[in-house]
Design a binder for this molecule. Structure first.
Ligand SMILES: *Cc1c(COP(=O)(O)O)cnc(C)c1O
Length: 430
C-alpha cells in the first residue's frame, strides 16, 4: 500500500487506510474504543503536542479507527488529507472553520439540502458568519456576489432533492478567478460517481450518514482537503498563513504545506469544537464503503428504471431526474457524473400537496423517513417535513415545491419498487 492512488476504486474502497493491526494481526480494522494513548516518554509526549511527530494523543483529536476511515475517504476522493466529524452538518462547520471569522461570508448555491440552507441562512450568523444564496447556473451572479469578505464558495454535486447537477467545472473556474476555495458537498454523488477535486474543488464534504455507510446506521461526516489551494496567496486566510494564536503561534501553511488545512482542522478545529466521529461509527462506515461501488451501480440502475416508469405514467406531472433525456441537466452527466445521475429525485403528483401526502401514506415497501442513501428505498414529502422551515419561494428554489415527493431509490428489485409506486399512486389519485 505504498502508492494507494495508483490502485483502482474497487481496490481502494476495501484497502485504503487499512492494514493488519500491528498488535494482533487483526485483518478487519479494529474498533479502538479508547479515549487516550500512553506516551512512550515525556519527550515523545512533547513532540506529539508540538506536531513534530504524528501520533495519537486523545480521541477528540485522532483515533486509529477514525483515521483509517479518513484515509480511505481521502484516497477515494483523491485528496491530500481528511478529517472525520460527528455528522455531515458538523463537517460543514469544520470545513468553514479555518477559513472564516466574524464578518466573513460564503456564497452558496440556492440548491442545497434543506438543513444546510437553515444552517447557512440562520445558525452561522451566531458566529458572525453569513451566506449569500445564488443560482449557480448564473455564473455572472455568482461572481458578482463575491465581495472582499467572502471566504468560500459552496455547492452540492447532485443537489438534493431536485435532481440538479452542478456544473462543477464552470463554478470552479469562477472560484479560481476570484481566488477563493470551492467547497463541494459530494454526499449524494459519492466519489464513485464523481470526484469534485478532479473538477477543481478545494474541499469536499460528506455526510457519511448516507451512501458511504449506506445502510442507515451511522451519523457521520468527512471533510477532504485537496491540498492544492495556496492559503498564503491572498492574505485572506490568516489562520493558515499567519502565526495561529490558538496553537502557540504555529504558522500552519509554512510548517505543513499541503497538509496545513488538515492539521489545523485536527489541532484547532477538533480540539476546540469537539465535533469528533466515534470509533464505532467509523468502523460501520468503513464496512459500508467496502461495497460502495457495487451499491452505487445498483442504486443508479434502479433509479433510472423507476424514473422512466414514473415519467411515462399519466398520474405523474413530471420527474426531475438528470438521468432522463427530459432533464435540463441531462447533458452535464457525461462530464460531471459519467457513471450516472445518482439515485435521488423528485416527482410531481397530479393532485398537488394532498395527493403527495396520500401517496406517502400509501407506500408499503418505501419507508417514510427523513434520510437518504440507504439500501432501502425511502420517500419523503419535503415541503411538509425537511423543507418545512423554508419559505415557499425557498422550497421551490431548492426543488422541494409542495406538489413534489422525493424518492431515495434503494437496491431492492426495481420491479417491486415500481409495483409499490403503482398501487400508492392509485390510492393517491383516486
Ligand atoms: C444529510 C445531508 C447533510 C447533513 O448530514 P448529517 O449527517 O445528517 O448531519 C448534508 N448534506 C447533504 C447533501 C445531505 O444529504
Amino acid at each position: 500500500m505504498t502508492e494507494p492512488r495508483t490502485l483502482g476504486f474497487d481496490t481502494l474502497q476495501i484497502h485504503a487506510g487499512a492494514k493488519p493491526d500491528p498488535a494482533t494481526g487483526a485483518r478487519q480494522v479494529p474498533i479502538y474504543q479508547t479515549t487516550a494513548y500512553v506516551f512512550k516518554d515525556a519527550d515523545h509526549a512533547a513532540r506529539l503536542f508540538g506536531l513534530e511527530e504524528v501520533g495519537y494523543i486523545y480521541s477528540r483529536l485522532t483515533n486509529p479507527t477514525v483515521s483509517a476511515l479518513a484515509e480511505r475517504v481521502c484516497a477515494l476522493e483523491g485528496g491530500a488529507g481528511a478529517i472525520c466529524c460527528s455528522s455531515g452538518h458538523a463537517a460543514q462547520i469544520m470545513a468553514l472553520f479555518p477559513l472564516m471569522g466574524p464578518g466573513r461570508n460564503i456564497v452558496a448555491s440556492t440548491r442545497l439540502y434543506g438543513g444546510t440552507i437553515t444552517q447557512f441562512s440562520q445558525t452561522i450568523k451566531r458566529f458572525g458568519w453569513s451566506a449569500k444564496f445564488v443560482d449557480f447556473d448564473d455564473l455572472a451572479a455568482l461572481e458578482a456576489a463575491v465581495d472582499d469578505d467572502t471566504r468560500a464558495i459552496f455547492c452540492e454535486t447532485i443537489a438534493n432533492p431536485g435532481g440538479y447537477i452542478t456544473d462543477l467545472d464552470a463554478v470552479a473556474e469562477v472560484a479560481n478567478r476570484v481566488g477563493l476555495p470551492l467547497i463541494v458537498d459530494n454526499t449524494t454523488a459519492t466519489p464513485w460517481l464523481t470526484r469534485p477535486i478532479d473538477h477543481g474543488a478545494t474541499l469536499v464534504v460528506h455526510s457519511a450518514t448516507k451512501y458511504l455507510t449506506g445502510n442507515g446506521t451511522v451519523t457521520g461526516g468527512v471533510v477532504v482537503d485537496s491540498g492544492k489551494f495556496d492559503w498564503s496567496a491572498s492574505g485572506k486566510f490568516p489562520s493558515l498563513s499567519e502565526p495561529e494564536p490558538a496553537y502557540h503561534g504555529l504558522t500552519f501553511h509554512a510548517a505543513l504545506g499541503p497538509m496545513a488545512y488538515t492539521f489545523h482542522s485536527i489541532a484547532v478545529g477538533l480540539r476546540d469544537l469537539g465535533m469528533t466521529m466515534n470509533p464505532q461509527g467509523a468502523h460501520y462506515t468503513l464496512m459500508g464503503i467496502e461495497t460502495l461501488s457495487l451499491r452505487m451501480a445498483k442504486h443508479v440502475a434502479n433509479a433510472q428504471k423507476v424514473a422512466e416508469w414514473l415519467e411515462a405514467d399519466p398520474r405523474v406531472d413530471y420527474v426531475t431526474y438528470a438521468g432522463l433525456a427530459s432533464s435540463p441537466y441531462h447533458d452535464r452527466i457525461a462530464r460531471i457524473c459519467p457513471k450516472g445521475a445518482g439515485a435521488l429525485f423528485t416527482f410531481a403528483v397530479k393532485g398537488g400537496y394532498d395527493a403527495c401526502v396520500k401517496l406517502v401514506d400509501g407506500l408499503e415497501l418505501f419507508s417514510h423517513v427523513a434520510n437518504l442513501g440507504d439500501t432501502r428505498s425511502l420517500v419523503i414529502h419535503s415541503a411538509s417535513t425537511t423543507h418545512r422551515q423554508l419559505t415557499e419561494a425557498q422550497q421551490i428554489a431548492s426543488g422541494a415545491a409542495p406538489n413534489v415527493v422525493r424518492l431515495s431509490i434503494g437496491i431492492e428489485d426495481a420491479e417491486d419498487l415500481i409495483a409499490d409506486l403503482d398501487q400508492a399512486l392509485t390510492k393517491a389519485t383516486a
